[in-house]
Design a protein around this ligand. Structure first.
Ligand code: WT7
Length: 706
């Protein structure tokens, strides 16, 4: 065993020693345990590594297969894993049709519009069946879509979104939903990448009391897509109020059609679900990475659906009689897996809310929970922080009772966790902190609620059938309890893992597998650990604490933003020569973005340029990415090879020590920028609180990925 001194000299950037206070265990209540789907500890044995991969049969058996598979896991084209090979099924059938016999009159989706005066809609399984079929008929007949075609969706939180997804799935058409809050340009970019000829959108939706024009984004999407060489031939527009115009943006003749008008032609039409191979793609979900080009994560039909059904059952603890509300947006993977596919595959009732959780006041979310008698609640740390900020005592005023709550998307601070537990959960609800990513399909790290105690700030161990490990830069295992951080990897494949980066298989291998693979011809899964791109620590009890991204990705309010995407949006501005995006600690959003720009010669810093930077990011990416501050600086700190030192800028923005700058080509600029930025921040009252050791490490590491 290495001595302490030796260890320290071995420590690389990814293995920094991080010390944090171990939180105490909190056990779920006996009431929760008594009713949990997973309450027999034998489940750990069933999913133990020696039963891999056959253990996942248990998840696949939650589904109805048209043809049962013959091979659980095919590794012949590693690391492009194939699950449940030989099997055939249809996702729409599994989420809708098969529940009709017993539950046709049960609510599948309960939709809550943002305006409180508007009626809540309960859509039964029967009604969902009719809507999905009629729309599938339209897609098939009017658009000529067939299995394998890609379709881009740019829809807000309305029931027409799951209807559209399930109609695509019925035909084997691959849907690619782009978060409704993203800009038209971002949508067009993704539509072009996926080769979609059809765009499905909605005219308008509510956000903080305002009926905002969404159709206008479709026009820009079509233009941007066409600039990238992909013609969108049809734009299908759902209307927020069928038959009534809610958007001033005109329809383009021969290209744009109102869905609800066309649907009259398809009234009562039934489209038989297309029986798809298990490994047929179900959908694409784009996410950010280290380059400006977004990655279309391709998810499978059989593996994905099995995985989300299984994890919804055991980790969300969904029972058929529960009222389950995941307050995420379906535009993100969380919504795909845990609003639509997981709960509906289980025949549960899933609640969808159109708008902002704090509109019109801090009690809105809790009124919805009370009225609908929601008993399982799922949200993100950023939302919890916001709800706490605007209404710390608000939950007490409402008579709802959650048995179970989950959190996802960012590390949750123990203090925020405690408020969630004591105030939102009223000390009654079990909590799971679920760690995973767009690429993963479903949860990777979490406690199994009835069987493993909670520990605030830690997601828990790997979930059933998932074997995580922390590796250092050289691929050595960083032992649990060593107090050292490293790169969290998953040693084995699992059914929910994405199949590839759409159209970029080499990037799939390069980003997620190349780092720790020693033999690229190996067909043995043991040789292909999945590199998640997160720094993490494992405590002696096996629980993981996720520290955050090790690449150039900034997690803003649970949304992944690539620094390169932000920077290239700035570089479209005439006057801008160089741009750098860095994270800054934010009380509510976890992290916010600050942009640094240097101008081309002959240009002077001005408020206009700062404005232009914000606008261009909003136009090219979306409002979520709008920087908190824009700093126009004389020059960027750079290495001798000309690389911008993002970690130095990040330290300035966060008031932390800039570290060693002696190797910079222009060390003098550091002080100049520091004075400029910090003086201004002080005058705006924006100095951050003192950072925790893990936050300090994040800033130190930032931008070191290349
Ligand atoms: C990144 C993935 C799929 C979930 C929604 C976000 C961070 C996610 C946790 C958690 C700490 C978390 C990681 C991950 N993250 N969940 N429970 N604790 N960090 O999906 O946009 O693909 O982002 O979010 O850094 O890599 P995403």
């Amino acid at each position: 065993m290495a001595t302490q001194v030796e260890r320290e000299t071995e420590t690389s950037e990814a293995q920094i020693a991080v010390h944090w206070r171990e939180e105490e265990y909190i056990h779920p209540s006996p009431k929760f345990i008594g009713q949990a789907n997973a309450s027999d500890p034998a489940i750990f044995e069933r999913f133990s590594e020696k039963n891999f991969p056959e253990c996942f049969k248990e998840y696949a058996d939650l589904l109805s297969w048209d043809q049962y598979w013959h091979t659980t896991l095919d590794t012949s084209n590693a690391p492009f894993w194939k699950w449940f090979v030989g099997g055939k099924l249809n996702a729409s059938y599994n989420c809708v049709d098969r529940h009709l016999a017993k539950d046709r009159n049960k609510a599948a989706i309960i939709w809550v519009p943002e305006p409180e005066a508007e009626d809540t809609q309960a859509i039964t399984y029967q009604e969902l069946y009719r809507r999905v079929n009629e729309f599938a008929a339209l897609l098939q007949d009017f658009c000529g879509l067939k299995a394998g075609d890609r379709v881009t969706l740019h829809m807000p939180m309305v029931p027409e979104l799951p209807v559209t997804m399930l109609a695509c799935a019925r035909l084997g058409v691959i849907h690619s939903e782009v978060f409704g809050g993203f800009s038209g340009a971002a949508c067009g970019d993704r539509a072009a990448d996926s080769g979609s000829e059809v765009l499905i959108t909605m005219d308008a939706y509510y956000r903080s009391g305002e009926l905002i024009d969404h159709k206008i984004k479709a026009d820009e999407a079509v233009t941007v897509s066409s600039e990238k060489g992909n013609e969108i031939k049809k734009v299908l527009v759902w209307q927020r109020y069928p038959g009534k115009s809610s958007s001033p943006t005109p329809m383009v003749p021969d290209r744009d059609v109102f869905v609800n008008e066309l649907l009259n032609t398809y009234r009562g039409k039934i489209v038989p679900p297309v029986s798809m191979p298990a490994e047929a793609p179900l959908f694409l979900m784009y996410t950010s990475g280290t380059t400006a080009r977004p990655k279309g994560c391709q998810h499978s039909t059989g593996g994905y659906l099995s995985y989300v059904a299984g994890t919804s059952k055991y980790y969300q603890d969904i029972h058929p009689e529960d009222t389950y509300w995941c307050m995420a947006d379906i535009g993100w993977i969380t919504g795909h897996s845990y609003i639509v596919y997981g709960p509906l595959a289980l025949g549960a009732t899933t609640v969808m809310y159109e708008g902002v959780p704090t509109y019109p006041d801090a009690g809105r979310a809790w009124r919805i929970a009370e009225r609908l008698n929601v008993n399982i609640f799922h949200t993100a740390p950023t939302t919890i922080r916001m709800l706490r900020k605007v209404g710390p005592d608000e939950p007490k005023k409402y008579n709802y009772h959650f048995k179970h709550m989950t959190t996802v998307g960012e590390p949750i601070e123990p203090g925020v966790w405690e408020w969630y537990y004591n105030v939102v959960g009223k000390g009654e609800a079990a909590i799971v902190d679920t760690w995973w990513q767009t690429e993963n399909g479903g949860f990777l790290g979490s406690t199994l609620p009835a069987l493993q105690p909670m520990k605030p700030g830690s997601c828990g161990p790997g979930v059933l059938g998932i074997n995580p490990v922390i590796l250092d830069e050289e691929g050595n295992v960083v032992e649990a309890g060593s107090g050292r951080a490293g790169n969290i990897c998953i040693r084995n494949p699992w059914p929910g893992i994405f199949q590839t980066v759409y159209g970029q298989p080499e990037r799939f291998v390069e980003i997620y597998y190349a780092k720790y693979n020693k033999n690229k011809d190996s067909k043995d899964w043991h040789d292909w650990p999945y590199f998640a791109g997160d720094g993490a620590l494992q405590a002696a009890d096996g629980y993981f604490r996720i520290l955050g991204r090790v690449d150039d990705v900034i997690n803003v309010a649970g949304h992944r933003l690539g620094t390169k995407e932000l920077e290239s949006a700035c570089l479209t501005i005439e006057e801008v020569a160089e741009a750098a995006a860095v994270p800054v600690m934010d009380e509510v959003r976890g992290r916010a973005v600050e942009m640094y720009v240097a101008l081309k010669p002959g240009n002077k810093p001005s408020k206009e340029i700062e404005e232009k930077v914000g606008e261009s990011i909003e136009r090219l990416i979306g409002k979520v990415a709008r920087p908190k501050a824009v700093w126009v600086v004389a020059d960027m700190p750079k290495t001798r090879s000309g690389k911008i030192m993002r970690r130095v800028i990040a330290s300035i923005s966060n008031f932390t020590d800039v570290g060693d700058i002696t190797t910079l080509a222009n060390p003098d600029i550091v002080d100049t920028i520091r004075h400029q930025v910090q003086a201004e921040k002080v005058s705006r009252g924006q100095q951050p609180r003192e950072l925790s050791p893990t936050e300090l490490e994040e800033i130190k590491r930032f931008g070191q990925a290349e």
